[in-house]
Design a protein around this ligand. Structure first.
Ligand code: PLP
Length: 390
């Protein structure tokens, strides 16, 4: 028997991919499945971005790039952050990485080890906890509560800090609940962290452009008093409908940048070169497609919430960000994962059970509304019939 390191006995997964595979298998066997499971835009990548990648290939950009990414792209990321948030970021602190996920992998690997506590949102993106467990650190869930509009609470977060805490993971706008944390909460958290300069913050802002109802994004980079310990996770996957391109970027404080760069050199050398040129076009080319996708997501958001609240036993607060609804299904009589599985195998609607995002996800399911209004109507109709007759 081969003995691998203990971390591999603890590493987890993202059930959204298992649901995607099962939905695909059912569809291949002839079943009519509507997928509200996976969190990816259903729009194609805008054509100007695709063309930029093709041009890069034709122009002969076939080799490695610097491990940190091509300079024009890092400069474009810095300019974009400045344009949107008026923050100054040195391109020398930016790392282009193969997907948003890679930044959480790198940051958690950098801080986690036995004896260390890492705080993360629950319900939250499942890879936070998985990676924390992998490193041997103690995962400390920070509850994300429906009664709080699924925003995180600074007070509760600060109360969970121990002398062993080294890293706090934040995510707003959030997956899976669609919550957006108000500026006052972020202010309070930052103020509360002033006496703990040894704690780093990983701020996952991958949905930062997916906000509704006039909400404005608050980036953790806009707090100069903690800039020396904020790691920003962001990327192109959601905003530009580029999940399959595997592109992301991080901003690291000076003290950590070389460590992150060396990890890149050891693990992936550099990001796919034509994809970097596509990312450059995404940031510097026309932004109309972003607004158009967002306005369609907004229409779907309203539709999905209205139809969910029309199902007996289901209630759903209106999410303010991302493209997920997180309805409370506790009065339907189903356990969350049982319901998600029954909906897929029965009426053919793929959703994800709340417990796949953490212990506090029981009583909820996640619906990604990255699907057409027609499909959303049909899926919710099937759900209503199924739940009403169960
Ligand atoms: N962070 C959050 C909160 C996400 O929901 C996702 C993807 O679903 C990611 C990061 C990962 O993004 P990527 O596909 O770019 O790795």
């Amino acid at each position: 028997m081969l003995k691998t390191v203990d971390g591999f006995d603890r590493i987890g997964e993202e059930n959204a991919f298992a649901v995607l595979a099962r939905a695909g298998a059912l569809a291949a066997s002839g079943k009519d499945v509507i997928n509200l499971g996976i969190g990816q835009p259903d729009f194609p990548t805008p054509p100007n971005i695709v063309d930029a990648a093709i041009k890069a290939l034709r122009d002969g950009h076939h080799g490695y790039t610097d491990a940190t990414g091509i300079l024009p792209l890092r400069e474009a990321v810095a300019a974009d952050l400045h344009r949107r948030f008026s923050v100054d970021v040195n391109p020398g602190n930016i790392l282009i990485v193969p997907g948003g996920k890679v930044t959480m992998f790198s940051a958690i690997l950098m801080f986690g080890e036995p004896g260390v506590d890492i705080l993360y949102p629950d319900p939250g993106f499942p890879i936070y906890r998985s990676m924390i467990e992998f490193t041997g650190a103690r995962p400390i869930p920070v509850p994300i509560r429906e009664e709080n509009g699924f925003a995180f609470s600074a007070e509760e977060t600060l109360s969970l800090i121990t002398p062993q805490t080294r890293l706090i993971v934040l995510n707003s706008p959030a997956n899976p609940c669609g919550g957006v944390t108000p500026k006052a909460e972020v202010d309070n958290l930052v103020a509360g962290l002033m006496d703990r300069p040894d704690i780093a913050i990983l701020s996952d802002e991958i949905y930062d452009q997916m906000l509704y109802d006039g909400e404005e994004h608050v980036t953790l980079l806009s707090y100069p008093e903690i800039r020396d310990r904020v790691i920003l996770l962001n990327g192109w996957s959601k905003t530009y409908a580029m999940t399959g391109w595997r592109l992301g970027y991080s901003v690291w404080p000076d003290e950590l940048y070389q460590k992150a760069r060396k990890l890149a050199v050891n693990a992936w050398s550099c990001v796919n070169t034509p994809a970097q040129f596509a990312a450059l076009e995404a940031l510097t080319g026309p932004q109309d497609a972003v607004g158009e996708m967002l306005s369609e997501f907004n229409a779907r958001r309203k539709l999905v919430v209205r139809l969910l609240n029309d199902i007996p036993g289901v209630s759903c607060i209106t999410p303010k960000g991302a493209f997920y609804a997180f309805p409370n299904i506790s009065s339907t009589g189903f356990k969350a994962k049982e319901l998600a599985s029954a909906l897929l195998e029965g009426p053919g609607v793929a959703t994800i059970g709340g417990p796949d995002f953490g212990i506090l996800g029981e009583g909820y399911i996640r619906l990604s509304y990255a699907n057409s209004q027609e499909n959303i109507r049909e899926a919710l109709n099937r759900m209503k019939t199924f739940i009403s007759s169960a």
